[in-house]
Design a binder for this molecule. Structure first.
Ligand SMILES: [Zn+2]
Length: 139
């Protein structure tokens, strides 16, 4: 829809926002669009259009656009970042260990799996304050 400011050439019966009449010769906003070769129009008072836009923008507040592509950067210190990387690697290793323990099912594998799982949960607890646990860890 295109919107343009203009003058009301005639009396318009209903404003789109307040349903009140728009007098001839007053300032209006005219919205128009074409659908199946027909021209459709809607009219607003100047102030009503502003109110409607304002209400819409209040409902949908400004969200700053993220610059660059990819995952957003975590807001943690460099030292935390180093520790987090270590913990993530450890979690990955433990996950692989759990898979292999189940896969080969050597004698006493259930006890071993339980102990690995405990360690895994400890690593997850340590990760919680520095950037949180990745979503894929417990899915
Ligand atoms: Zn109005």
């Amino acid at each position: 829809m295109h919107v343009a400011a203009g003058w009301a050439g005639k009396l318009i019966h209903a404003c789109q926002y307040c349903d009140g009449p728009i007098l001839q010769g007053s300032k209006i906003y005219r919205g128009y669009w074409y659908y199946r070769r027909k021209r459709h129009t809607r009219y607003w008072h100047l102030a009503c259009y502003f109110d409607e836009s304002n209400a819409y923008l209040d409902m949908n507040p400004y969200v700053p656009k993220q610059t660059g592509n990819g995952r957003p950067v975590l807001d943690i210190t460099l030292e935390d970042r180093r520790v987090r990387k270590q913990l993530l690697n450890r979690g990955s290793y433990l996950r692989k260990l759990m898979q292999e323990t189940v896969k080969f099912s050597l004698p006493g594998w259930e006890v071993k799996l339980a102990s690995i799982n405990t360690t895994y949960n400890e690593v997850a607890d340590k990760l919680e304050p520095i950037g949180g646990v990745p979503r894929s860890w417990f899915s």
